[in-house]
Design a protein around this ligand. Structure first.
Ligand SMILES: Nc1ncnc2c1ncn2[C@@H]1O[C@H](COP(=O)(O)OP(=O)(O)OP(=O)(O)O)[C@@H](O)[C@H]1O
Ligand SMILES: [Mg+2]
Length: 364
């Protein structure tokens, strides 16, 4: 990982929102690195700060946001913002400069594709517009290229579909168009914020497959946001687990699936649907804290059956588990009582490994 180009470096990012009840501290000291060509998943319950982190990266935070501190350094390889290739802080650059990056270098796909599409413009025009307005192609070349891109993202009969409007497409097909627009812009980082949550399971699998394919073909860097740890194994190499505005565990997919250390990650794993029956085994009891009043200690403590006294009093640091794996829990402290991940999680992991083995044998 170290010899790969670090394309984003987030340090101590802290963001609040002004609300009628006072300030809400949505992001509380997030540190995150993103390497060129990788897919990083961000998982966590509703309200944990996944979308706010994404919106900060792409520079579309709501008007009532307050930047309390921290940086998002982006490697401006093509010197679009600075004169020479170097890191620029996305939290500081002028909107005029952000305009050169947003949609081109850094693109975002939302849960609802309609929020990125113009309802009264033909989809073909929306794709080719990116090509002739930003890439300087002639209209004829842009149209041909748009048709190719429609084919590339799996839209059947592109010649006919080119002239249709977004409402004439299904949810899955609309999401494909949004992806085609990102490709037309030659995106470098693609942030996918729950892109498949609104789609049914088969379509969801097809969109995941498409994202995986274009990522490989174009060496894209992807941030994939989801509340469902189940889809993560199919798409990501690394996983960051968020809770109450912080990253509480981060590691390679295998670290998080098979060797997780934070009780919140255990709870998320236990809450995944059963592999065989698709039933949810366990719902995490309680609710996340109200971030108008961020807790002093480990934010998960009141819901954590393994909580120690210190968890209620002092925030744990990020402990290093291995070269690739970090966990923000006092359980990692050398004086902490030895607690192992719950048997339900271990059993589930064993079953998962078996299934993978069976699948691999089946494919031979
Ligand atoms: N414009 C805003 N004004 C006030 N609070 C906001 C605003 N945007 C986000 N928040 C709050 O910030 C916190 C983090 O929100 P965020 O949208 O990042 O959650 P999320 O992890 O994406 O959740 P979900 O899975 O539901 O999409 C939440 O408490 C949310 O209510
Ligand atoms: Mg969200």
């Amino acid at each position: 990982m170290e010899n790969r180009q670090k394309i984003l470096e987030i340090r101590e990012l802290d963001i609040s929102f002004r609300t009628q009840q006072g300030k809400l501290n949505a992001i509380r000291g997030v540190n995150l690195d993103l390497y060129k060509g990788e897919t990083l998943a961000i998982v966590g319950e509703s309200g944990s700060g996944k979308s706010v982190t994404a919106r900060a990266i792409i520079g579309i935070l709501a008007k009532n946001s307050i930047h309390n501190g921290g940086t998002i350094n982006y490697y401006d390889e093509e010197a679009l913002v600075s004169k020479t290739p170097q890191y620029v802080d996305l939290m500081q650059i002028e909107e005029e400069d952000f305009h050169k990056l947003r949609g081109t270098k850094i693109s975002m796909i939302f849960q609802d594709p309609m929020s990125s599409l113009n309802p009264i413009m033909k989809v073909g025009t929306q794709i080719s517009e990116a090509l002739y307005l930003k890439m300087g192609m002639t209209k004829a070349d842009a149209k041909n290229r748009a048709l190719e891109l429609m084919k590339e993202v799996g839209i059947p009969e592109p010649e006919k579909r080119f002239f249709q409007y977004p409402f004439q497409f299904s949810g899955g097909m609309r999401q494909r168009i949004v992806i085609a627009i990102a490709l037309a812009n030659d995106a470098e980082i693609l942030i996918c914020d729950e892109p498949t949550t609104a789609l049914d399971v088969t379509i969801q699998a097809q969109i995941l497959e498409l994202i995986n394919r274009i990522k490989k073909e174009r060496n894209l860097t992807i941030i994939f946001i989801t509340h469902d740890l189940g889809v993560v194994a199919n798409i990501a190499e690394r996983v960051a687990v968020m809770y109450a505005g912080q990253i509480i565990e981060i590691g390679d997919v295998n670290d998080i699936y098979y060797d997780s250390r934070h009780p919140y990650t255990w709870a998320l794993l236990s809450a995944m649907p059963d592999l065989d029956t698709d039933e949810k085994l366990f719902a995490i009891p309680g609710t996340p804290p109200d971030l108008h009043f961020p807790p002093a200690g480990d934010a998960f403590a009141p819901r954590n059956q393994y909580a120690l006294q210190v968890d209620f009093e002092e925030e744990p640091p990020m402990f290093q588990v291995s070269e690739s794996h970090f966990a923000k829990t006092w359980l990692m402290h050398e004086y902490a009582p030895k607690v192992v991940q719950p048997i339900a999680v271990t059993r589930r992991n064993d079953r998962h490994k078996e299934l993978i083995k069976e699948k691999n044998n089946g494919n031979k």
